[in-house]
Design a protein around this ligand. Structure first.
Ligand code: AMP
Ligand code: TRP
Length: 337
């Protein structure tokens, strides 16, 4: 029996932060042990808002290097660049033509991002979730590990597969597309901003002090944690709705120290901030240190990364082209002579 399939990806926009690692990449690393895993750098998604062409290629490679540095093992997992597998764009088009416009107009992330773009909203920004559905459906993914913010996009991918393709078109093997399930693990699924415990840590927050990136040097990590927003109460606890910053920082400590929620809560129940913050800084620095060391190694010698991305692309192409052909057949396209 073949192993269940996993697909996921992160955009190469800005530096990856603790939310990307804890909410997404860390789960991929666990899944590669038991699943057939594909992870891509979704560079086509990165151009849905204005981007800098002089940085795109470099950011794409650096994101891929971070996947490996975080523990993605190219022997078990195919790592590739989305734009290098043409089937993503092509399936996106086919899905575009069966997806109702109003499904896209109600996407929360689109509405949020569109506001930020003012009158410069591209068709691509609206279409972003259909491209994401194509990414997932091409690989017959069983599971898609993502952070909480992607739940609505996953539901859209399921609806497109089920209601718009499988219910309307017959394949040689029916159903045409596999309907994927999201995998949103509770712990780490929503890492919040260091400057506001009610909004999520995000690459696009103009305040860099709001996030810790995976490549921040130790002094900067310590400084950001020192300045992180807290509240006047003493003692840390989980789940108090009036203390979102406390919940977030204690949650980060529980994961990054490896102690888990219960032990962290007991240890910090009576602690003041002056005692807790250095502990959190230390745990963060030690958790990121091996990732940073491996990242530097990978970026110094491009041959290893090139090889990983080439092999990953070849494997991805084989699977993706197969699915694309299935969809083309189901939709009734003429086969090339
Ligand atoms: P993005 O940075 O939007 O490309 O997101 C890449 C992955 O990281 C997705 O699976 C997101 O759900 C996840 N992610 C982004 N921000 C956070 C956060 N603050 N907490 C948890 N997961 C996140
Ligand atoms: N939209 C996702 C995000 O910003 C990134 C993404 C694109 C993705 N395609 C995907 C995630 C396919 C999982 C599967 O987080």
């Amino acid at each position: 029996m073949s192993r269940p399939r996993v697909l996921s990806g992160v955009q190469p926009t800005g530096a990856l932060h603790l939310g990307n690692w804890l909410g997404a990449i860390r789960n991929w690393v666990d899944l590669q042990e038991t699943h057939d895993t594909f992870v891509c750098v979704v560079d086509l998604h990165a151009i849905t808002v204005p981007h800098d062409p002089s940085r795109l290629a470099e950011d794409t490679r650096s994101t891929a290097a971070l996947y490996l540095a975080c523990g993605i093992d190219p022997k078990r997992c195919s790592v590739f660049v989305q734009s290098q597998v043409a089937a993503h764009s092509e399936l996106c088009w086919l899905l575009n033509c069966v997806t109702p416009l109003n499904w896209l107009e109600r996407m929360i992330q689109f509405k949020e991002k569109a506001v930020k773009q003012g009158d410069n909203v591209s068709v691509g920004l609206l279409d972003y979730p259909v491209l994401m559905a194509a990414d997932i459906l091409l690989y017959d993914a069983d599971l898609v590990p993502v952070g909480e913010d992607q739940k609505q996009h996953l539901e859209l991918a399921r609806d497109i597969a089920q209601q718009r393709i499988n219910a309307r078109f017959r394949g040689k093997d029916t159903p045409v597309l596999k309907v994927p399930k999201p995998l949103i693990l509770k712990e780490g699924a929503r890492v919040m901003s260091l400057t506001d415990g009610r909004s999520k840590m995000s690459k696009s927050d103009p305040n860099e002090g709001s996030r810790i990136t995976l490549l921040d040097p130790p002094e900067l990590i310590t400084k950001k944690i020192k300045r992180a927003k807290t509240d006047p109460e003493r003692g840390l606890e989980f789940g108090n709705p009036d203390r979102p910053e406390t919940d977030n920082l204690l949650g980060l400590y529980a994961i990054l120290s490896g102690k888990g929620r219960q032990q962290a809560a007991t240890e910090c129940a009576e602690m003041g901030w002056g005692q807790f913050k250095p502990l959190l800084a230390e745990a963060t620095v030690s958790a990121l240190e091996p990732i940073q060391a491996r990242y530097r190694e990978l970026m110094q010698d491009p041959t290893e990364l090139d090889q990983v991305l080439r092999t990953g692309r070849e494997k991805a192409e084989t699977v993706a082209n197969d699915t694309l052909e299935r969809v083309r057949d189901a939709l009734g396209f003429a086969r090339p002579a």
